[in-house]
Design a protein around this ligand. Sequence first.
Ligand code: OSB
Ligand code: MG
Length: 370
Amino acid sequence: MKIEEVTLRHIKLPYVSPFQTSRWTEYDRECLIVQLRADGLTGWGECVAGHVPNYSYESTKTNWHILEDFIIPEVLKADLADIPAYREAIGYLTGHPMAKAGMEMAVWDLLAQRAGVSLQKFIGGQGDRVRVGVSVGIQKTTDKLLKVVEKYLADGYQRVKLKIKPGRDIGDATAVRGAHPDLLLQVDGNSVYRLSDAEHLKGLDDLNLLLIEQPLGEDDLIDHAKLQPQLKTPVCLDESITSATHARWALELGACRVINIKPGRVSGLHEAIRIHDYCYERGVPVWMGGMLETGIGRASNVAVASLPGFVLPGDISASARYFPEDVIEEPFVLNPDSTLSVPTGPGLGVRVKMETLERMTLRKETYRQA
Ligand code: OSB
Ligand code: MG
């Protein structure tokens, strides 16, 4: 398959409300959208990096640089028969997993469409729905948090993740647990704690949490391996798992008992599926993480989350939880059983709303074969 044309868009989509983690606050979803044309088909991809390099070192600007200067020229030169051909073409590039993954998503979309099947079928996913939850940012007060959680429960979410930081961790989680004794509840520290906080983190251990996500440093498998045995609650790694090799290292070290998989963080669907397969063979639970994606990235996440090893509910909420206006024609809606339906149309199975996409575009560039 020869890619005839690549269009890169930098878009900015307002959130319904700001999203606060332990170390930063986001007000809009800024990201790059990749559009490919080949054989009369259009493929779409989303790079998950935001405007600011907060979650990782990547940003919309570094994504643009890596795509424009390195990935797009390779893609326009190559004959992309399959995903390994794409990975081979860009195999000389170190790092920048989110730039690589955004392009890979668009290639997956094209390949599945060419095969005449949904992305879910193309990768061997199962079932018509995936279980999901909602990730709740840090609120101004614990009372406000309780109200926000109530609202999400009323919407039908059956699993809640709380963002935590020092000073807003044990108290917030204890309050939510007190109000909802049977709720599936978990917390995410986004790398803000250190091993010296182990005694403090034990304060979360009697709240019957599903897991504690990424408490320590993003590059720190060693101290997570020292922390996990001190807790009854499973540690789940997010930022620290950037490849299938890191997943193996983490599990061999005992640094975690659960893994959050985000295709963007691990350079694409291909590597995400490798991590899934590795964990599935060993009975290690995985779940689909989220990066507040638009409907394009969400469609991909939902399809991948239908693989059998994704046994915990994912951070993949309905479009309305994130945006007043999404960039797809039919927004994702929450089913009453706290699931999202897996798209069945060819490829990603969502139709991009061009009018909205163009209106949200800050910068756009089209590239063709020289
Ligand atoms: O750590 O899981 C995270 C959003 C942006 C960056 C990092 C994270 C998150 C979330 C949101 O928790 C999950 C979602 O997309 O709903
Ligand atoms: Mg996380």
